[in-house]
Design a protein around this ligand. Structure first.
Ligand code: PMP
Length: 354
């Protein structure tokens, strides 16, 4: 039986993508060759890379606006340092909304002055800071749009003339935003885009080339741009499968259609969390994430019963991160509303049983 997969990442991807990707592993387009055994310089693979790059820009509404899309390696964690390496000349401002932001701060400090312009660390990151001031002398502002571990999501991004850099690893392609407000967006593939192994970087070219330091080639966005995201051997399978997921998303109606579904899924689970007296949400209500719902059992004694019911109901991956505890239901793009309903039914059954 296929499980209802609530894993935080790597996570659920569309079934049709799994099918097409597995077929391509055996025989890509009736070529007699696997997609992972052909040269990355072959026309077949160059076409895949180009389609992936252009679909990413198209879906984000950034075509023809001076942006380039890159599929890099090293995870979002490498972007913590690569953004600073390429953009931090003197001082940068960071909005610290979770462990991943905190790690980005740590890396950026290796390259210049880092100002935490806002933080919710004081309350174990259960809310998104608001009403903070943005100094005018920053090279860029860095934020994390969705906090995977804590289940909070930024609804209002800082507005200023300073370039905005955003880690969108866990909510890219899930909701409509004016993406042209961001100068650089990065996202590890392994949530809404594909298998682990590649990281999408969407960068506005005019923010590059403004710092004095020398940048090693592999960490230089301009080098990757000049080589069409093929400076070295790209992670061919991760890029191919990401491209299939982006095609799937486009065929479904793009981000607008996805957002509608994601809102329905989120509403379903948060209504249950709020109405069911056995559960309590972790994140501040106004900052709740549509991707990761975090909640706890009020009576820990029910944990074993609930865990068993989840297991029997085919629910996978709902354990919370160790820094929050409780439960986390990750509902990425590929998750159906039926899977969320299956979890909600079990939560309701627990109440009736208890
Ligand atoms: N940022 C966010 C928001 C994340 O959820 C994660 C974890 N997937 C990371 C960064 C780190 O990503 P990676 O493991 O690809 O380095």
């Amino acid at each position: 039986m296929k499980k209802h997969n609530f894993s935080a990442g790597p996570c659920i991807l569309p079934q049709e993508v799994f099918k097409e990707a597995s077929q391509a592993i055996l025989d890509y387009n009736d070529s007699g060759l696997s997609v992972i055994e052909i040269s990355h310089r072959s026309k077949d693979f160059v076409d895949i890379m180009e389609e992936a790059r252009s679909l990413a820009l198209e879906l984000l509404g950034l075509e023809g606006k001076g942006y380039k899309a890159l599929f890099l390696q090293g995870g979002a964690s490498t972007q913590f340092l690569m953004t600073a390496y390429n953009l931090l000349q003197t001082k940068a401002g960071y909005i610290n909304t979770g462990s991943w932001s905190d790690k980005a701060v740590k890396e950026a400090k290796l390259f210049g002055e880092v100002l935490e312009i806002a933080s919710s660390k004081d309350a174990n990151y259960n809310y998104i800071p608001k009403g903070y001031e943005v100094p005018g002398d920053l090279d860029y502002i860095h934020c994390t749009s969705n906090n995977t571990i804590f289940g909070t999501q930024i609804k209002d991004f800082p507005t200023s003339n300073i370039p905005l850099v955003c880690d969108m690893s866990s909510d890219i392609f899930s909701r409509q935003l004016d993406f042209s407000k961001f100068s650089l967006i990065y996202a590890g593939a392994q949530k809404n885009m594909g298998p682990a192994g590649t990281t999408l970087v969407v960068v506005k070219e005019d923010i590059l080339g403004k710092i004095n330091r020398q940048i090693p080639s592999m960490l230089d966005y301009q080098v990757h741009i000049s080589k069409g995201s093929m400076f070295n051997t790209p992670p061919v399978f991760a890029v191919y499968t990401s491209m299939l997921t982006l095609r799937w998303l486009k065929n479904l109606g793009g981000i607008a259609a996805m957002e509608e579904l994601n809102e329905k899924k989120a509403k379903l689970i948060y209504s249950e969390i709020d109405v069911n007296p056995l559960f309590k949400g972790f994140a501040a209500k106004e900052d709740r994430s549509n991707m990761n719902a975090t909640f706890t059992l009020i009576n820990e004694n029910l944990k074993e019963t609930f865990d068993t019911m989840c297991k029997e109901g085919g629910i996978n991956g709902v354990n919370g991160h160790r820094s929050v505890g409780g439960y986390r239901a990750s509902m990425y793009n590929a998750m159906t509303i039926e899977s969320v309903a299956a979890l909600v039914d079990i939560m309701g059954d627990l109440e009736r049983k208890a």
